[in-house]
Design a protein around this ligand. Structure first.
Ligand code: ZN
Length: 298
């Protein structure tokens, strides 16, 4: 596993930055969910963002969930991350096959993530151990995910941000590269810092093109922020990881109402419950369901 996240500051802490290599994570997500290329790209972009946004949280048990819900054929994409680099996610519909998009300027052929996602809402929900989770919501701008998140940070968190996310899918549908960065301006960043950053970003190649040239997350940040006194503050591994277990699923089952449990028992067959995030299947027999009822005295 070579996936990692790099955190950095620049311009005397007027800028904070995050960059990831999420290639292995997105390969794993593709295997788990059997995603078609455009879905691999959409889910992969959101997984990269999740890894970076998870690492923005400070608490041991903090969790962030990002949901992109559009009217396109994917339906919705959900990603959950913790602050330790564990990220998981799933698409509403993994089998989307739509024609690619041709870039008007360059003529380049791109997976049409925006078309697969459609118009809709981006929701960010943070469970920071407080009574109520924090919820932020914005309308999707393009459905390309990077631009939607940049808009979210600017509007909902009042933090102007540049978000670049990319997944390069090969002709055989395999994941060649996946990564991205988030660069954020802290309050009262001087005009000359903003101008310098903007001009750097304007001439920058797509993240996956940089990765194809062999650049890792730290080198990509160096390329953008090297002239602005970049200081890398942390580098750590990230991974696709689901924390589901038989015990957790069993707890969820036990919260079903008595009538539902009884009807499952009457069917007399094993029931199988699949985890949305990692597709692990858990089987429960009628006897185990009876035991659940017995434990609540029914
Ligand atoms: Zn799971």
């Amino acid at each position: 596993m070579t996936d990692k996240i790099v955190r950095a500051t620049a311009a005397q802490e007027h800028i904070r930055a995050f960059a990831v290599d999420s290639t292995d994570m997105v390969r794993e997500a593709r295997e788990i969910h059997h995603t078609f290329p455009v879905v691999t790209a959409a889910l992969g972009r959101l997984l990269s963002a999740g890894a970076m946004m998870g690492s923005m949280m400070k608490g041991e048990d903090d969790l962030i969930t990002i949901t992109v819900k559009g009217d396109g054929p994917i339906g919705s994409i959900t990603v959950t991350a913790d602050s330790h680099g564990n990220v998981k996610g799933f698409p509403g519909n993994p089998s989307v096959d739509i024609p690619p998009r041709i870039e008007p300027d360059s003529g380049a052929v791109k997976l049409d993530v925006g078309g697969a996602v459609g118009s809709g809402i981006l929701t960010v929900s943070m469970d920071l151990g407080l009574k109520e989770p924090y919820n932020g919501q914005v309308e999707l701008q393009t459905g390309e995910i990077g631009e939607d998140l940049a808009y979210y940070f600017t509007v909902s968190e009042q933090t102007p941000s540049a978000v670049a996310l990319g997944v390069m899918v090969g002709t055989d549908s395999s994941v060649l590269h996946s990564g991205g960065f988030i660069i954020q301006l802290m309050p009262d960043a001087p005009e000359e810092v903003i101008a310098a950053l903007e001009s750097k970003l304007a001439g920058l190649d797509p993240v996956t093109t940089l990765m194809e040239r062999g650049l890792g997350p730290a080198e990509i940040l160096e390329l953008v922020l090297g002239d602005l006194d970049l200081i890398v503050t942390e580098e750590k591994p990230i991974r696709f990881h689901c924390n589901c277990s038989r015990e957790r699923v069993s707890h969820a089952l036990a919260t079903l109402n008595t009538a539902d449990l009884k009807s499952m028992i009457d069917d007399g067959e094993d029931i199988e419950i699949k985890c949305f995030f990692c597709n692990s299947a858990y089987k429960f027999g009628p006897d185990e369901l009876k035991e659940m009822l017995a434990q609540r005295g029914e």
